[in-house]
Design a protein around this ligand. Structure first.
Ligand SMILES: *Cc1c(COP(=O)(O)O)cnc(C)c1O
Length: 239
């Protein structure tokens, strides 16, 4: 029971997670190269990110803008790809659009427009639509039936954004099989959107966390968002 910090088994855990990604990809007949590991670092210190980066991890995600800003400043010397996976408000859009390469959690047009406004002079910002795939368990995410309209409007009205795909956080469960139906619904929804809004690439399916990323890979995930399996247990007080 040691606190996560520099050293401390982080490189070994990274190796273990990568192995599991490879094995579940092979089981599903998929190329492991199709699956990107996003290390979710919320609540963990910059030193732990630095250790994982030294072990070859390139993509990191944060959920809170202020917490991320402090760590990003500390890690400025590293070439990392930062993803934002947390709840989004339009008043935070300027710093999110400036400091992140990819936003997983766009769930309404207002937020998409705010991000779009700050991104006009640079390459388009990659975003995913977050879908509330398990019903009432979460307040974040658009309803699946709203997704087609929202996708068309983002593609049509937000030239500063590139809509890459879908993201979901199914109801939490210790059983890795519990989320399978939700993962399947998200993959199905993506197939329908690909037909309805063909102007977007739809090459990204962000699903699967520490408890269920192997199931998500079997169901088509291209990005798994893994926190505690890499960094260790988060303190319950800080979610
Ligand atoms: C915290 C978080 C994760 C990682 O969760 P773990 O269960 O620690 O792997 C993934 N996605 C989002 C959106 C998160 O907030």
């Amino acid at each position: 029971m040691s606190r996560p910090g520099a050293g401390d088994g982080l490189a070994e855990r990274l190796e273990g997670v990568r192995d599991r990604i490879e094995r579940s990809a092979s089981r599903a007949g998929r190329d492991p190269e199709e699956i990107a590991l996003v290390a979710v670092a919320k609540t963990f210190p910059a030193a732990a990110i630095r250790t994982l980066a030294a072990a070859g991890q390139h993509r990191f995600a944060e959920s809170y803008v202020q917490e991320a800003a402090a760590k990003q400043a500390e890690l400025e010397d590293l070439d990392l790809e930062w993803h934002f996976v947390g709840p989004l408000q339009s008043n935070k859009a300027v710093s999110v659009a400036e400091h992140f390469a990819l936003i997983h959690s766009v769930d309404r047009l207002r937020v998409a427009r705010a991000l779009d406004r700050y991104r006009t002079k640079r390459a388009p910002l990659d975003v995913c639509l977050q879908v509330n795939i398990s019903g009432e368990v979460s307040k974040s995410g658009c309803a699946p039936e709203e997704a087609p309209e929202l996708a068309s409007r983002i593609a049509g009205e937000c030239p500063g954004l590139r809509l890459r795909g879908l993201m979901a956080i199914p109801a939490p469960s210790p059983n890795p099989e519990a989320a399978r139906p939700a993962f399947r619904r998200l993959a199905d929804l993506q197939r329908r959107l690909r037909e309805r809004a063909p102007q977007s690439p739809w090459d990204m399916l962000s699903m699967g966390m520490s408890a269920d990323f192997e199931t998500a890979i079997e169901e088509g995930a291209t990005h798994v968002r893994v926190g505690s399996a890499l960094f260790g247990t988060r303190s319950p007080k800080t979610r």
